[in-house]
Each structure stands twice: as C-alpha cells, then as structure tokens.
Design a protein around this ligand. Structure first.
Ligand code: AMP
Length: 281
C-alpha cells in the first residue's frame, strides 16, 4: 500500500493513475478501523480501479474538545487492516496539511445540518462538510463511499455535492454489525462490558420497529421505542425519530423513504444507529 502524508505526494501519485485511465474510489475515515470501514473499502474496490482511504481525525467536526482528545487513534493496526484488504492508497495527513491555521469559513447546507445530530452536536456537520469538501478537492475521486451508519451525514454530503456541482458520485453502504446486532463503531472500544450489554437495546429497538412497522402508526412506534430504550438501565436517550429519509422531518407513512434514527449515551459513550423502514425509489 502506498502511504502519503502530504497533498503534493498524493497528487503526484493520483495524477499518474488518472493519466493511465484509472477511476478513483475514495473512503474517508477518522481511523480506528473496523469491519464497517473495510466493507466500504471492498465496495470501493468493486466500483473503481484505485482505492484511496483517508485517515484524518478532523478537529473541526468535534464540538467537544474532550471527545476529540479521547477519540481512538490506532494507526499501526489500521495500516495492517488496510494492507490486509489490499487497499491501494492511504492518505494520513497531519492537521497542518489540511488546515492553514485557524480557518473560520464553513459551508451552510441549511436546516439538514441543524436537525437530530446537528441539534446535539452544534457545528459538527459544518466541520464534516468543511473537511469532506477539502478532501474531495485533494483526492478528486470519481466515486466516494460512505456508511448508512451516519445516515444524516450522507444526506448532508449529498446536498453539498449537488449544490456545488461537485463531480463525484456518492455511494451509501450498509451498516455492518456485530453478531449480536450492535452497529460497529470506533467508539465501541470505550464501552465497558456492562455498557456493551445495555447498548444492544438500540439495535433491538430498531429491529422491533422494523418488524412492527405495518401494524402500528408512526407515533405509536416512536412512543414504544422510547419506552423500550428508557426502560434499559445505563442509557440516556438523546433522540429516537422516525423521519422522512430525504428531509429528516417527522415522517408520514406515505413518504417515499422512511428511516428510524436513534442516538443515546451508553455510560460515557455516545452511540448512533438507524434502520431504513421504507427504501426510496
Ligand atoms: P468514521 O471513521 O466513523 O468517520 O467512519 C468512516 C466511514 O465509515 C463513514 O462513512 C461511516 O458511515 C462508515 N461506517 C462507520 N461505521 C460503519 C459500520 N458499522 N458499517 C458501515 N459503515 C460504517
């Protein structure tokens, strides 16, 4: 695997790939890689000739400095995992390579970035669009791969790409789960054994909603889900919403796409998960 830490070295390499007619697939990450990330790399390999993974813990998307400080950093293990799946390129820049001092600009994607996660993590999506905009400009991918795990993030990046006419195709990849249902996440390593057990209520509740979707009204489903999660010890629910999959407003049953989204603190760790209830056409 080719590892680059500077834009210039990455650029030089990718110029040659493009010149030889290769398409470039891109998987941006914060590192602490797990099978969810690797599933994105595999999907990228099936859809492009050269796959670039970036590992960059982007300071501007952390609204809580403590969260940034304790975000897991496991670069050596990450490199082994990427080599194991034959990823072509790793871009692992230092902060100074991406940001020129304290940059104050940001994009404004509109209300999507202020709902749900945006409400609980003010400024988070401005940091996300800022860094993804920069990374897209550096890598210039033909296709970029993101997880459904961060459903709202995918919608916001889609909106950015559409609004700015960025020449990149986006692909949303399914959520990879542990065998007991817990959505894989870099943050799971912070869960104690007890937290880990309590956390299962999130995927269990989403599953229950999926299985009971046809039998109940949306308000009934939401209330029941909130009860299920609130009854579990060791959890603090931030939100459970059944939302229109395009706007993230409260859904009606006739919506083209419907998604149930949840966020909760499990012990000291904040987790998110979701399930698609109606797939948009
Ligand atoms: P992160 O490193 O958490 O920013 O994640 C990088 C990419 O991997 C994002 O597009 C995530 O949505 C995706 N991702 C994270 N967890 C999973 C998962 N369990 N299954 C599939 N994709 C995931």
């Amino acid at each position: 695997m080719n590892i680059f830490t500077t834009k210039q070295a990455l650029n030089q390499y990718l110029e040659q790939s493009r010149a030889s007619g290769k398409t470039i697939g891109f998987v941006p990450t914060l590192g602490a890689l797990h099978q969810g990330h690797l599933s994105l790399i595999r999907q990228a390999q099936q859809n492009s000739d050269e796959v670039v993974c970036s590992i960059f813990v982007n300071p501007s998307q952390f609204n809580d400095p403590k969260d940034l400080e304790k975000y897991p950093r496991t670069i050596e293990a990450d490199i082994k995992l990427l080599e194991g799946v034959k990823c072509d390129v790793l871009f692992n820049p230092p902060v100074s390579e991406i940001y020129d001092g304290n940059e104050q600009w940001h994009l404004n994607i509109g209300e999507l970035e202020r709902l749900l996660e945006g409400k609980f993590r003010p400024g988070h999506y401005q940091g996300v669009t800022q860094v993804v905009y920069k990374l897209f400009n550096i890598v210039k991918p033909d296709v970029a791969f993101f997880g459904q795990k961060d459903y709202q993030q995918f919608l916001i990046i889609s909106k950015m790409v559409e609004s700015l006419n960025m020449p990149v195709k986006l692909v949303m990849c399914p959520i990879m789960r542990e065998t007991d249902g817990l959505a894989m996440s870099s943050r799971n390593i912070h869960l104690t054994a007890e937290d880990r057990q309590h956390a299962l209520i999130l995927s269990k509740t989403l599953n229950w909603i999926k299985n009971n979707f046809d039998r109940n009204s949306l308000p009934q489903l939401k209330t029941q889900a909130e009860h299920m999660i609130n009854d579990e010890p060791g959890l603090e629910l931030d939100y459970f919403e059944i939302a229109d999959g395009d706007t993230l407003h409260q859904a009606t049953k006739d919506a083209n796409s419907i998604v149930a989204l949840v966020a909760a603190k499990v012990g000291k760790t904040r987790l998110i998960d979701n399930v698609l209830l109606v797939h948009g056409s």
